[in-house]
Design a protein around this ligand. Structure first.
Ligand code: DON
Length: 648
């Protein structure tokens, strides 16, 4: 059996469970191209404690916390199929589906259901997702939108006052009250993708998760750390307390075998009857009652049975743009991810980034040059400025000119690039001016609690899916075995900007909050300019910083020739539209002590006017790359992710 090393020492129980799954996987007969060692986690790196300050306490909501960094991870190589998910048990479930001839869509269903158990701080059926899917047979790219929606009755004041007429305190909590909960979208979206692209039976894809829920699984180091960090909030909800805490109120620890019988029942119903078992009937009623509960002083949400029954996933037009010799395809609104990644890369196309590659990158990706970090973070400031003003749910707020092209065409992005001073930061950028539009800029909400899955199957199909409950453990409401999201926090809780103009991302009934999730597919650009072979699959959790994590990875892959493991392992860096530039202090090559004062990169950036933060980053990137003979992939050393497939 392949030897497995894990993120942290002491996760023996996780390893034992994976070991038993491995045996089953490698011994299953008739699997295509899956030899011994398939669906096994490759040995990677060792855990070190980072000396950087953590993000906890710097932001208003419960983030997913940093849990260290695995140094020296090596990439995984496979022949025909590959999956990277945020937890080895989920990766393995998806890998086994691929090994038995399943498609990328099949693998996503199995992985998502397992992730809801082993990574409930990040994702689950009580949340939402975005999915980019490549169908190799038709050469088509679909963008699936499973974003949560606000209840139909929500007004623009839903997140700030008890009602339009009653402004008396307490204000609703935008992170932990029923008001923060949106109508979940994951299941209807996955069913749509499975109807379009699945080969294996919907019901069977639930079996690994139902088994885990019934028989239990060991709490992973990361899940244990998240429970401990959120114990106070989890204790306020009866179901959350009973599931995540011990009878004495202490957090269930790493290695503790946890079972979820309520979830086994829920998953069995959805396996048999499809998503309607969730969106109508007893589970729907439980969601309505839990969201509307007033216990523990919570402001009740207004989700109704009709909101649930009426939820629709959407298939939207992917945003595909040229980047040098490649074509990038990303998610359109209501995610700002595709637009903002494309705008940043389009601005960067005007600079010779290849000449700024890190010198001698090691397995951890090398340290980027200050000039490269400067250019990339300036491009991000300009792109976020447009995103903050113009991008929201397109069903409510059209883009300027009614098309992504207004913000992404090459002459416009060249003008934006000309605003960059190569020697000094602009601090913050102004959005482009597209005449009188009734939209002001407003405050950005911090946002955290997400997972990303990248998959390629033996048929050449590929999927990049980012899936989330928003904050760690969402709204801390648990019902029928699963966590309910707090995704409505992604709306602007204030409806107008400082100038009094309505904000694009204000709350409206039935609207989807703006996201930053950026699942991305990258294709070769054929000599005639058309979309050629699928070349890369990537994405990450990380709230509004996702865009920066994905840009860092794309530049590493496309401009600097890093392999996928180096590209995701390399220091996280970048900026939103503020004077602060982040350099991930958890990386072993960044000297984060004394606020980075002894770090050469940090010092050079400060000399260019950047306000550098070395707070730990908690990206959860994965990247897969086609190469001669198959695929090569990497998983983020900052989380527990693993890459598996028919290894070479
Ligand atoms: O949709 C979004 O952009 C956020 N709600 C995602 C939150 C997230 O990625 C947190 N990650 N750790």
């Amino acid at each position: 059996m392949t030897r497995i090393r894990h993120v942290h020492t002491g996760a023996t129980a996780v390893l034992v469970l994976i070991g038993s799954l491995l045996t089953a996987c490698s011994s299953s007969p008739g699997t295509s191209a899956a030899g011994a060692g398939s669906c096994a986690e490759a040995p990677n790196g060792t855990h070190i404690a980072a000396d950087a300050p953590t993000a906890t306490g710097d932001i208003a909501t419960n983030p997913e916390i940093g849990t260290g960094y695995r140094t020296g991870m090596s990439p995984v190589r496979t022949r025909t199929y590959m999956v990277s998910a945020a937890n080895p048990i989920a990766t393995q479930a998806a890998c086994r589906v691929l090994a038995s001839g399943g498609t990328a869509a099949d693998a996503l269903v199995a992985a998502q259901m397992v992730l809801g158990l082993v990574e409930p701080q990040a994702t689950g059926i009580g949340g939402g997702a975005f999915l980019m899917y490549y169908n190799a047979a038709t050469k088509s790219v679909d963008a699936y939108d499973g974003r949560e929606i606000a209840p139909a009755s929500a007004t623009e004041n839903y997140l700030r006052w008890t009602s339009d007429a009653d402004h008396t305190p307490p204000q609703p909590s935008t992170t932990a009250s029923g008001r923060s909960i949106g109508v979940p979208g994951v299941l209807r979206m996955l069913r749509m993708a499975h109807d379009d692209h699945g080969k294996q039976s919907w019901r069977d894809l639930f079996t690994p998760a139902i088994d885990l829920a019934d028989h239990g699984f060991p709490i992973s180091p990361r899940m244990a750390a998240e429970i401990a960090a959120s114990a106070k909030d989890l204790a306020r909800d009866d179901n959350a307390r009973a599931y995540f805490l011990k009878p004495d109120g202490s957090p269930k620890p790493e290695g503790y075998t946890i079972t979820d019988p309520a979830m086994a029942k829920t998953l069995s119903a959805i396996a048999s009857d499809g998503p309607d078992a969730f969106y109508t009937g007893a589970i729907a009623k439980d969601i309505v009652d839990t969201t509307g509960a007033t216990s523990a002083g919570r402001t009740p949400g207004q989700i109704t049975l009709a909101d649930l029954a009426g939820y629709r996933a959407e298939k939207r037009t992917a945003i595909c743009t040229d980047y040098r010799t490649h074509i990038l395809c990303g998610m359109p609104g209501p995610s700002s991810g595709g637009m903002t990644v494309a705008a940043t890369m389009g601005i960067l196309e005007n600079f010779d980034l290849a000449s700024l590659a890190p010198d001698h990158p090691d397995r951890d990706g090398g340290v980027p040059k200050a000039q490269a970090v400067h250019l990339i973070s300036e491009a991000e400031r300009l792109a976020y400025a447009d995103r903050d003003k113009y991008v929201a749910d397109p069903d409510f707020v059209p883009l300027p000119g009614n098309s992504p092209d207004t913000l992404l065409n090459k002459p416009y992005l060249k003008q934006r690039a000309a605003l960059i001073n190569p020697a000094h930061t602009m601090g913050s950028a102004q959005p482009g001016d597209f005449g009188p539009v009734p939209l002001g800029t407003g405050p950005q909400q911090p946002e955290h609690g997400t997972s990303h899955i990248s998959v390629v199957d033996e048929y050449g199909n590929a999927a990049a899916m980012t899936t989330t409950v928003n904050a760690a453990f969402g709204s801390f409401h648990v019902v029928d075995g699963f966590v309910l999201n707090n995704q409505l926090e992604d709306f602007s809780s204030i409806p107008t900007g400082a100038d009094g103009a309505p904000l694009a991302n204000r709350v409206q009934g039935g609207k989807r909050p703006r996201s930053s999730m950026s699942p991305t597919l990258v294709f070769d650009r054929d000599p005639d300019g058309s979309r050629g072979r699928l070349a890369y699959v990537t994405g990450s959790p990380g709230g509004s910083v996702i865009i920066q994590f994905v840009v860092k990875t794309l530049v590493g892959l496309l401009d600097w020739g890093l392999n996928p493991q180096q590209a995701v392992s390399a220091p996280d860096f970048g900026a939103a539209n503020t004077p602060v530039t982040g350099i991930g202090g958890e990386h072993p090559d960044i000297k984060a002590t004394d606020n980075g004062e002894h770090d050469p990169l940090v010092r050079q950036l400060r000399a260019m006017g950047h306000q550098v933060s070395v707070v730990q980053q908690s990206s959860g990137l994965s990247a897969l790359k086609r190469e001669p003979g198959g695929w090569i992939g990497g998983a983020d050393p900052r989380r527990e992710g693993a890459v598996m497939g028919d290894t070479r």
